[in-house]
Write a protein that binds this ligand. Sequence first.
Ligand code: UDP
Length: 336
Amino acid sequence: MSEHKKILVTGGAGYIGSFTTRLLLEEGYQPTVLDNLSKGHRQAVGEARFIKADLLNKPQLESIFREDSYDAVMHFAALASVAESIEDPASYYQTNVTGSINLLEAMLDCGVKKIIYSSSAAVYGNPEETPIPESHPKNPINPYGETKLAVERILEEAVEPLGLGYVSLRYFNAAGASQDGTLGEDHSPETHLIPRILLAALGQIPQVEIFGTDYPTPDGTCIRDYIHILDLARAHILALEALSPGKAKVYNLGSERGYSVREVIAVAEEITGFSAQGKKIPAAQAPRREGDPEVLLASSDRAQEELGWQPKKSSLEKIIHSAWKWHKEHPGGFAE
Ligand code: UDP
């Protein structure tokens, strides 16, 4: 354990934040979760200390930093749906950009100079080369990606003059659940591919739509790089140990394997036993979803070389297996 012990985790009741909080606890850190519970679940926070607070309430943030000392911040809190960001960009700029500025100002005012930031593959837009290295041009094609990039730039601007140290982690497609089936993905409404396929398999939704079958990919559907949530959580611990004031680092986090929407459905049919019974998970072709790049596939060489990170659990089979256990055992998500 390093000098980083007391960690403020914004959005720690959300999907990626809750898994990272659990790992922080297991590794002997002292996480404090700050979440407004607009999307997150109190039950997902577990044993960690919890403060219900909103990043748009600056006076509240300032008092949180004044009341306690923190060694570093992990900043997960954000709105994170591409489709919603197209419908309501203002909310995305407000929550994701203004919220991050409030957080940065409050932490820097109290001398907290280290932050791990949840960025996204959405900062790249349509890739000009695949796999995508961190140096790839940043041309987001939806407001969600724009907000993630804007905050990366704000962080960059704070390094020299203010001595900020940050690690920005660009997630590819987070998926999967804990091996014991106690922690998983629970969005409302659920928009992500793997949970929707499994909800269709369970009969909780009538079918999964395949958004776009005319992309220039081998089977016409979008290709994504699915990364196990436990591998993502581990990367945050490694990034924490690499943090130092005045130093900036950016890492892609992906498995470096791409699967099309149809391939994901096929693997899910194997794992859920549908194939063995000669059945299909109900799926229907649908128009393209606005704002979706055709292929997103990471190069994670930098994270592997510099952080010693390995996406060990990220085979698609393992991801879907863990997610299937979660959805079967928690048909109502955390509400059960
Ligand atoms: N997708 C789909 N049907 C769904 C949800 C998603 O075909 O019900 C596709 C989507 O177009 C994208 C991929 O699956 O190509 C992954 O989408 P998801 O929303 O899971 O993550 P994103 O890539 O938007 O972060």
